[in-house]
Design a protein around this ligand. Structure first.
Ligand SMILES: Nc1ncnc2c1ncn2[C@@H]1O[C@H](COP(=O)(O)OP(=O)(O)OP(=O)(O)O)[C@@H](O)[C@H]1O
Ligand code: NI
Length: 305
């Protein structure tokens, strides 16, 4: 299984405006690799994940491709374009079976009036899996008696494990985790990241969306930095953290308390009014008139990197 995102763009139509939420995204994700998608709030990270799952609202237009190469079957190689498939295929074949979603706030994602066991059982039934809720939950680090609880009776860590168990119920080869550590304390952040790493080491492909560069550094093989709807740097994690190339990526790392602790001045542009050239130009210490032209993305999208 391999995911190849190729020229993926998402636009939202609003009365009198168009939101450029994702622009011309390109990346690959292979089994056993973890890609962390990082960037400031509102830059398009969640929209990208939802586009891959066909979960965008009706005012969205998605263009480009997101190919999912599946292991060859008797019928030959199987390729799905997640952008082009009808909802029926996404519902029956993709969500939960090929792609598992670990949501941003697990407690809110669970149905409040049903126990964890009932929700796991229903998901397993929908997916046609023979597993029991207890076996599934056990693999996610839950005890059988935890499953008798209702969502409000679960601690943050347990709710996270139930969400992980739900995402893994269909044994999907690709996992999308959208801010899986939001609101968790440091030990739980570390445990969640260790769990994502384990899923990866088992041979799954993992895309993790996070604000938390420290968490990304622990878990990711590759880093994609997103700014104002575009991926502006795509690099292997080790060189990225020692030598980021895009001025925005440098700024993000310099803003870390463990580094210089100096925030990037200014704010990202409105996605309804993006400039024709480099969107980081107004905040960039390296800006020159050249930046009025959109830089070509070649590992890094900057005229000066
Ligand atoms: N249904 C929609 N209609 C119009 N605009 C939308 C819609 N959904 C999202 N957007 C806009 O798309 C942009 C990208 O949002 P997205 O949720 O992907 O950001 P993000 O990078 O995930 O941020 P965060 O880190 O805060 O989760 C935002 O400007 C958001 O307002
Ligand atoms: Ni988001």
């Amino acid at each position: 299984m391999k995911l190849r995102v190729d020229g993926l763009s998402v636009r939202f139509r609003l009365p009198g405006a168009v939101v450029h939420a994702v622009t011309d995204a390109r990346f690959e994700l292979r089994p056993g690799r973890c890609l962390a998608l990082v960037g400031e709030s509102g830059c398009g990270k969640s929209v990208m994940a939802h586009a891959l799952l066909g979960l965008l609202p009706a005012n969205a237009t998605v263009t480009g491709h997101a190919w999912l190469d599946l292991p060859s079957s008797a019928a030959g190689n199987d390729v799905i374009d997640l952008v082009a498939e009808p909802e029926k295929v996404l519902a029956q074949r993709v969500r939960g079976r090929l792609i598992g979603l670990i949501p941003q706030s697990p407690a809110a994602h669970l149905t409040p009036v049903r126990t964890a066991r009932a929700q796991l059982a229903e998901t397993l039934r929908e997916l046609g899996r023979a597993d029991t809720p207890d076996a599934l939950a056990g693999r996610a680090g839950l005890r059988p008696r935890d499953l008798d609880r209702y969502p409000h009776q679960l601690s943050g860590g347990m709710a996270q494990r139930v969400a992980n168990a739900l995402a893994l119920a269909g044994d999907p080869p690709l996992i999308l985790a959208d801010e899986p550590t939001t609101g968790l304390d440091r030990p739980l952040v570390d445990a969640t990241m260790a769990e994502l790493r384990r899923l990866c080491d088992e041979g799954r492909a993992v895309l993790v969306i996070t604000h938390d560069l420290r968490a990304a550094e622990r878990v990711a093989d590759d880093i994609a930095v997103m700014y104002a709807s575009r991926i502006v740097e795509l690099a292997e994690a080790a060189p990225f953290f020692s030598r980021p190339r895009h001025p925005y990526a440098k700024g993000l790392l310099d803003a870390l308390p463990t580094r210089r602790f100096v925030p990037i001045p200014g704010r990202p542009p409105e996605l309804t009014r993006l400039p024709a050239g480099c969107a980081f130009q107004p905040r960039c210490p390296l800006a020159t008139p050249e930046c009025d032209d959109q830089p070509i993305m070649n590992g890094v999208a900057c005229h000066h990197a």
